[in-house]
Design a protein around this ligand. Structure first.
Ligand code: GLC
Length: 462
């Protein structure tokens, strides 16, 4: 088997994963049917999972399916008219106007095909998909950039959809921080993993969505909110660059932090105790490297490295140039830990033993070095390649793609495009991993395309 064949197979499989309603192609299923495996909701189209599929289709000029998807998901968004219908399935709870579902499926009712969404009311653990509405705006901008079609975003229902999302995100609550406060499992990591409060991934997507919204809203539809968006963007950027940043200099500071400081001009604003500095951090960070912390709140800094948040921070320039270079240095220097046998680790390190018990609630799917707890996910290949292109570190991208290709080609692709890999280096196909996972397949296609057509980075970067 050669790389050409692998890429051809990827395309065939991606096309095979297309979800249609009637004549219309409206998305891709999370994993194409493997009859031997229980499907759960992998026959659904997930908003977050569709992003790499959309990018892949756009590289072939197939914008129609992306427009259909955007239109379809917009219809599912919670608004004043459909809220009562949806409350029935939510024990009467009133979800926020503007919320978008995690996923949707095509079902038959009375002999007619219709769409059924899931806002978390059926999802395992009843998690809230906060990232969906953020990805939706980001994808709308990608679509505009790739096709040049600005009309879609300017349609009045799209303008209203963007506004509802902004209103939902910018609503005044009890919080003093510029970051977005969210419940546990509100994004790609949709299980209990200690990622509630202000996880990096949500902050980065929020930042990108705000930028995109400001770009897509017509002047008359943002006159009352434009200033607020600008201010929030600026506060959010400063906050993340300043307070989430970790490198050796910062670790030294934290190690010697004073505590219980009161007042405006204090150094240790969040009252982080030096003893909470994870023991692995100082030895792990190379002197030329750094990254953004996984989470930050009162007395809490999550020192774990999370791939999506860090890579997206590079792509949308939430991290500054120097920080972006240092993040890429970290990846290059900690290759075995972060890339290993399959790019790339969702987070590092894994939580184990007692920590695993209380952080995951003894979740057997999230044992150490598996799934969300330090598993390796091939979908990150495209994020990694995009970040590498953006920072001019092409060799990192080449090396990473080669690792995935070598594995898949050598095994004659017996791995069957799994969702994730297990083990400290990601050597084993994930214990419960779905096969023919669509974003694994699409991620590979997009990674290859970004190498060949680096100008496509324009679609996603800010
Ligand atoms: C799992 C992942 C989630 C993904 C879904 C469908 O639930 O945690 O991020 O969207 O599968 O692939």
């Amino acid at each position: 088997m050669y790389t050409d064949e692998l890429l051809n197979e990827a395309w065939e499989r991606l096309e095979g994963s297309i979800l249609s309603c009637g004549e219309q192609q409206i998305g891709t299923v999370a994993a194409a049917a493997d009859p031997s495996v229980k499907q759960y909701n992998y026959g659904h189209c997930f908003i977050r999972d569709f992003v790499p599929s959309a990018l892949a289709f756009l590289t072939k000029g197939q914008g129609k399916i992306v427009a259909n998807f955007l239109r379809q998901t917009l219809k599912l968004q919670i608004n004043e008219n459909n809220i009562d219908e949806i409350r029935v399935h939510m024990d009467g709870a009133r979800p926020g106007i503007g919320l978008m579902p995690a996923s949707f499926e095509v079902v038959e009712e009375n002999g007619k095909q219709c769409i059924r969404a899931d806002f978390g009311e059926r999802a395992i653990g009843r998690v809230t998909p906060v990232d969906s509405c953020l990805w939706w705006i980001i994808l709308l901008r990608i679509y505009k950039k790739a096709t040049g079609d600005i009309q879609l975003a300017h349609e009045s229902d799209f303008q209203q959809g963007i506004r509802l999302i902004l209103d939902l995100c910018l609503v005044k609550r009890f919080d003093m921080y510029p970051t977005l406060l969210v419940p546990e499992g509100a994004f790609m990591i949709d299980r209990r993993m200690g990622v509630y409060e202000r996880p990096l991934e949500i902050q980065v997507l929020f930042y990108a969505a705000l930028l995109a919204a400001d770009e897509l809203l017509l002047p008359e539809n943002k006159s009352d909110i434009h200033q607020e968006i600008k201010q929030r963007l600026s506060r959010l950027k400063n906050h993340i660059r300043e307070h989430y940043w970790i490198d050796l200099e910062r670790v030294n500071e934290i190690h010697r932090y004073e505590n219980e400081e009161f007042g405006e001009e204090v150094v240790n604003k969040f009252n982080i105790y030096p003893d909470s500095l994870a023991s692995w951090v100082a030895d792990w960070i190379p002197k030329e490297g750094g990254y953004l912390a996984g989470n930050l709140g009162p007395g809490r800094m999550d020192f774990r490295f999370f791939a999506l948040g860090n890579l997206m921070a590079i792509i949308c320039t939430l991290a500054d140039e120097q920080q972006s270079q240092k993040m890429m240095n970290l990846i290059a220097k900690r290759w075995a830990d972060l890339i290993g046998d399959m790019p790339m680790k969702i987070c590092f390190p894994a939580v184990e033993d007692k920590e695993w018990e209380w952080i995951t609630g003894c979740d057997p799917k999230n044992v150490r070095w598996s799934y969300h707890n330090g598993g390796n996910w091939p979908v990150f290949l495209w994020f990694l390649v995009a970040a590498a292109q953006k920072t001019g570190r092409k060799s990192i991208a080449e090396r990473a793609i080669k690792i995935a290709e070598r594995r898949w080609i050598e095994y004659n692709n017996k791995d069957k495009w799994p969702e994730y890999y297990d083990g400290r280096k990601g050597t084993l196909v994930g214990k419960k991993a779905m096969r023919y996972q669509t974003w694994t397949i699409a991620g590979y296609i997009v990674a290859k395309d970004l190498m060949e057509n680096p100008q496509h980075l324009e679609w996603i970067q800010f």
